[in-house]
Design a binder for this molecule. Structure first.
Ligand code: ADP
Ligand code: MG
Length: 254
């Protein structure tokens, strides 16, 4: 079965999309057949790789549909573009628990051809994020090294525990990822310490530094690992990819 990594945090601007794009690109480059699924109606993962949002979401439409986009020639990386259509989200909101189980099984079927699936979630704990958690095998939570970093994480953990309590899910904690770390700021060190002392081993060793290259890359339709391969952010994302590959499966929440 594919490892399905859900990149989630209900806060916006914490580095979810940047992490989803760069993890997908580096995992594919390591030879794994990888699918990046853009679940955010803002479609940043789609445009950030130089593609256009779809009319309807292939996952939510539920049929085989057109071919997946292949953003990088010659690499086993596939993109399922996001959609700005709200009808698709509303369909999910109306789902009962049983229907959700059916939808998630269907999604797993659509993922069956892949070794790695990366889900980029919207900045909310709404139906899309919950469905993504329900279908995923691991959740990775990016946390920005700034004030209120921990804010919202408690609610995320509650949502994760709830999904874990359903007997048809197989979600584990992939890890907490510290992002936009500015080593010159005392605050960033404090946030790092706070997160590590609270989450311990569940925190990735890799810390993503604040790096202008990461902010510039999407406007070129590229992952930072391609836009500026020698940048600090690019090296950090390569390191993260190795850490993800080394971890067999996520951790359990203590
Ligand atoms: N490591 C980084 N250093 C500097 N800017 C970053 C970094 N990671 C992301 N950004 C920028 O910060 C903004 C928010 O990141 P994004 O990945 O879109 O977060 P989210 O998906 O959680 O909303 C974007 O403009 C992005 O380009
Ligand atoms: Mg995003």
């Amino acid at each position: 079965m594919a490892r399905i990594l859900c990149i989630a945090n209900q806060k916006g601007g914490v580095g979810k999309t940047t992490t989803a794009i760069n993890l997908a690109v580096t995992l594919a480059r390591s030879g794994l057949r990888t699918l990046l699924v853009d679940l955010d109606p803002q479609c940043n993962a789609t445009t950030g790789l130089g593609h256009q949002p779809a009319e309807r979401h292939q996952l939510l439409r539920g049929d085989e549909g057109e071919e997946l986009l292949e953003p990088v020639e010659g690499e086993p990386l596939f993109l399922m573009p996001g959609t700005r259509s709200l009808a698709d989200v509303e369909m999910l909101v109306r789902l009962s628990r049983e229907d959700m189980e059916r939808v998630c099984r269907q999604w797993r079927g659509q993922f069956a051809d892949f070794q790695m699936v990366v889900l980029d979630c919207p900045p909310s704990l709404g139906a899309l994020t919950r469905s993504a958690l329900a279908v995923a095998t691991e959740v990775i939570m990016p946390v920005q090294c700034e004030y209120f970093a921990m804010e919202g994480l408690t609610q995320m953990i509650v949502a994760v525990r709830q999904v874990q309590s359903w007997n048809w899910t197989s979600l584990s904690l992939g890890g907490i990822l510290l992002t936009m770390h500015d080593h010159r700021l005392e605050l960033a060190q404090e946030v790092e310490q706070e997160v590590r002392s609270y989450f311990g081993q569940a925190t990735f060793q890799t810390v993503i530094p604040r790096d202008v290259a990461a902010a510039e890359a999407p406007s070129h339709g590229l992952a930072v690992v391609d836009y500026a391969p020698r940048s600090r952010a690019a090296r950090a994302y390569l390191e993260l990819c190795m850490e993800v590959l080394e971890s067999e499966q996520g951790q359990t929440l203590g």
